[in-house]
Ligand binder design. Structure first.
Ligand code: ATP
Length: 223
């Protein structure tokens, strides 16, 4: 391994749509851990939740608009080219073949980390990347015993340790708490209310241009 290889951050998600919660944590982690970059990886077909409202291409376009002016932010569309559900273990394996021994840091909100054991081949994930877990308001249920054991075995407390090996550590990284979710943004738009300031203006403009997440049209008997 290159001794001083700066780790690559990965933020996977549905991004239906991307919002300031995603962008702010990515920026804080990029700076705090001195990452080389953060790659936003939208999933094509989520494996453990309902179908997104926007198409993969629409979500990709929104992400590209969101990251365009931030150095160090990249959009990686590899999951959009794979058939079937998007499994993070496959994504990390394909990244690993490209980056060699450069450390990979998978950024996970606490809600996502709490559900890790439901992911396909989840035990392989810490072998492929470090896990950087960020706190999130309303984080949901407490960690399972299995995850608490995983933390006991793998927790690291110093960010510098992320550079010492390609994968395997778990770091809890405090970030600014922003109670923003894509679900809330979709609900606001569906109710004809404004989600302005919860997401980048360029993203909101594109949502409006494309008529995404609009309120359902009234049915004939409601007119
Ligand atoms: P939805 O409301 O549709 O479930 P979401 O807002 O949670 O979406 P995702 O695309 O599912 O967004 O999230 C991708 C990743 O970003 C997850 O690891 C999630 O924990 C994290 N994340 C999303 N919003 C926030 C936030 N406000 N603060 C911290 N982490 C967040």
């Amino acid at each position: 391994m290159t001794p001083d290889a700066r780790p690559i951050g990965i933020l996977g998600g549905t991004f239906d749509p991307v919002h300031h919660g995603h962008l702010r944590i990515a920026l804080e982690v990029l700076e705090a851990l001195e990452l080389a970059e953060v790659r936003f990886i939208p999933c094509r077909l989520p494996s453990h939740r309902g179908q997104p409202v926007a198409t993969p291409e629409q979500r990709l376009t929104l992400l590209q608009l969101a990251v365009a002016d931030q150095p160090g932010f990249l959009v990686d569309d590899r999951e959009l080219h794979r058939d079937g559900p998007s499994y993070m273990v496959d994504t990390l394996a394909s990244l690993r073949t490209e980056v060699g021994a450069t450390p990979l840091c998978l950024l996970l909100g606490m809600d996502a980390f709490a559900g890790l054991t439901t992911w396909r081949h989840w035990q392989e994930i810490p072998e492929l990347a470090h896990l950087v877990v960020t706190n999130r308001p309303d984080a949901g249920p407490p960690l399972s015993n299995t995850l608490n054991e995983l933390v006991e075995q793998r927790e690291i407390r110093q960010p510098e340790a992320l550079r010492e090996c390609p994968a395997g550590g778990i770091l809890f990284q405090p970030v600014t708490q922003l109670s923003i979710s894509a679900t809330r943004i979709r609900h606001l738009l569906a109710q004809g209310r404004s989600p302005r300031y919860l997401l980048p203006e360029a993203v909101l403009n594109c949502i409006r241009e494309q008529g995404l997440y609009r309120p359902p049209l009234p049915t004939a008997c409601e007119e």
